[in-house]
Design a protein around this ligand. Sequence first.
Ligand code: PEP
Ligand code: MN
Length: 337
Amino acid sequence: MVVIMKNRFTEQELHAVAAEMEAGGVNVMVSRGHETTILGAEGNPAGIDQEKIQAMPGVERVMTVTEPFKKANRKYHPDNTVIPIGNGAAGSGRPVVIAGPCSVESRDQILAVAKAVQASGACALRGGAYKPRTSPYSFQGLKQDGIRLLQEAKAVTGMPIVSEIMSTGAIDLFEEYVDVIQIGARNMQNFDLLKQVGRTSKPVLLKRGLSSTIEEWLMSAEYIMAEGNQQVILCERGIRTFEPFTRNTLDLSAVPAVKSMSHLPVLVDPSHACGKAWMVERMSMAALAAGADGLLIEVHNDPENALCDGPQSITPRQFASLMDKLRTLSACLGETI
Ligand code: PEP
Ligand code: MN
């Protein structure tokens, strides 16, 4: 349930409404937006006398919210959430591009890619140090050494770093050294991990699960937000369908859908969605046209010899050309990049 206040209301009226709601057994979340101020009920609103609240001074309307996600819900928070990332901000109306290799492999590799993507206008460097591989015999990542190399790349370029956490045991390491903590598709419903990142002060990039519905995805965001961390960035990375041509099926319709349901920024990862480097450019442009707040793109200086996800990785040169096209497209869309 949410209470929408009138355009003009006094603080006294707001406090009276909040107190009445709390007396009904819920916590109250206040969202002061550009146009409206909203009081959202957290918990079961069954004990609240809605008619009484509707009649209180300063109240415009009482609305029942049927969706199970509350903090992530646009009805509770009508304005877009804006999350700064380096020299960009996800959700600001100006698309952000996060780029880098699937995995950190060596000092030379990560430094070369970091410098290249920065020169082309990426706002943050991605790089996996702990890799969730399908086979236990595949490269599992450099782990702590990978995080250390990302730190070096950050020191050289000044770009913030984005990396995936796989277990709760690594939380202190990530809280200290990683700027944006990524939750991978395979861990989207690892609820202990979600709760732990919800207690950190770092933005969380939450990928959509391999076969998750939009509502399940938003409920995972809710897990993080319920622990206190409101800085959640959603990332559509393709879902599993019957179609084997692409690695996954990029659900671009999820972008406007989620943006209508939630105030959180939504990025698109065309690399994992398609699994083919040659498709990344087109799907990146399609993602921005669909209203995405930015992109997460795999870039490797030697895709043929990459230890992970080479076939879907574009080269720094291709990335530079893509960024030029995205700037042109954004200008047409009335956004700047
Ligand atoms: C990744 O970003 O490298 C990754 C493993 O992505 P996903 O969790 O979307 O598969
Ligand atoms: Mn990858």
